[in-house]
Design a protein around this ligand. Structure first.
Ligand code: MG
Length: 385
């Protein structure tokens, strides 16, 4: 049988060390108060049924902003006294399990909460902690006075979870003697407390630099949760020379002149290839296939396009759409567009309705208008899969 689980969040302190001139639990962290974020971590956890927050008596009115499902209880001068006030409030309709948590640990991962609950199947109490890794010194007056053995030492975090009746009785028995945390109270009452893996994200915001670190972590989360959709742009020009055809977007188009270039001079395909490199922010064709390298002389431009697509895949992206406009007076592009879409789509693994090929003249203006060459401009849209 699953037992009702209550979260008891302690936020009655008036800690001003985090700066800002207001208690740290009411300071704003990336648009929401620290305490709101802490409450949210438990509200969004599927196993947590009820939330009680212990507030400083002067701040009890602010409890409403935490949400209508939160019961706010006035706390006491000490942390232990505040925990006891919260436990007494819960005792009216006692849950099976209580998770006692610091209001200043807003980034507690759901995994940590789950692990604590799971460990309570087999233990009276359970709490997250991290092994001490740094060397430990004693010091005085700016000097190291000794080195302590760090083996077997843990940095305690919260939520500290207990069977409700057991921790309630333990707190009542302890009375007003101060304790480091609820685990100390539990152990004094003979309860066994399991250690579950803590998390560096579950930091307790105490000093100004903790605040900055928490904000940084949230920003990293935001950046990684925004879909990574990118657009790259390409532009290319090739000059007319002798010949009887041009290659445009992979299609041979008969024409009284040819296009000059180191490769097959496919100005349309080069443009799309550069747009893909652009979306990936990985240079351009010239960097990947230097014109000075004789092996690309007369090369079919599909080598370049396939390389760009492979690089996109390697970086976790899918090309979802390309659009290119060819700028020339002649040859006439329109009749060849379906073949160009089909060939570009085949090379990139795209349906033709995601391959746009258009053409325009430049009204006889400029180098394209004088039929000295063909220009192309285009975009590629890539989505991180
Ligand atoms: Mg080119």
């Amino acid at each position: 049988m699953t037992q009702p689980i209550a979260a008891l969040i302690v936020a009655a302190g008036r800690g001003l060390r985090a700066g800002g001139g207001i208690p740290k639990q009411w300071r704003t962290l990336a648009g929401k108060t620290v305490l709101y974020r802490t409450v949210e971590a438990f509200r969004s956890h599927p196993r947590v049924d009820r939330i009680v927050v212990v507030l400083h008596p002067d701040e009890i009115d602010r409890g409403a902003e935490l949400g209508p499902d939160v019961l706010c209880v006035p706390g006491a001068a000490s942390r232990d006294g505040s925990v006891r006030a919260g436990l007494e409030a819960l005792a009216a309709d006692p849950p099976g399990i209580v998770l006692i948590h610091d209001g200043a640990r807003p980034l507690v991962p759901a995994r940590v909460i789950t692990d604590v609950i799971t460990a309570l199947h087999t233990h009276d109490g359970a709490a997250p902690a991290l092994e001490v890794i740094d060397a430990l010194w004693t010091g005085a007056d700016g000097l190291v006075t000794g080195v302590r053995d760090r083996s077997g030492l843990w940095r305690a975090q919260t939520p500290q979870g207990f069977r409700f009746a057991a921790i309630h009785a333990a707190h009542r028995a302890r009375g007003d003697r101060p304790a480091a945390d609820d685990v100390e109270v539990a152990r004094e009452a003979g309860l066994s407390v399991a250690i579950v893996p803590g998390d560096e994200r579950n930091l307790k915001i105490t000093r100004a630099e903790d605040f900055a670190r928490a904000a940084e972590m949230l920003q990293e989360d935001n950046v990684s949760s925004i879909p990574d959709i990118r657009t790259g742009i390409g532009y290319d020009v090739h000059r007319f020379g002798d010949g009887d055809h041009v290659i445009l977007c992979g299609v041979r188009v008969p024409h009284g002149r040819g296009l000059q270039g180191h490769s097959d001079a496919d100005v349309g395909m080069h443009t799309i290839t550069d747009a893909i490199y652009g979306a990936l922010a990985r240079g351009d064709i010239g960097q990947h296939f230097p014109p000075s390298d004789p092996q690309w002389k007369g090369a079919a431009s599909e080598v370049f396009l396939k390389h760009a697509c492979a690089l996109a895949r390697e970086m976790g992206f899918v090309v979802t759409h390309v659009d290119v406009t060819l700028v020339c007076e002649y040859p006439k592009i329109g009749p060849h567009v379906p073949a160009m879409q089909a060939e570009m789509g085949r090379l990139m693994g795209l349906d033709i309705d995601r391959v746009s090929v258009k053409a325009t003249t430049s009204e006889r203006l400029g180098f394209t208008g004088r039929e000295e060459g063909i220009a192309a401009v285009g975009t590629a849209t890539l989505v991180k899969a």
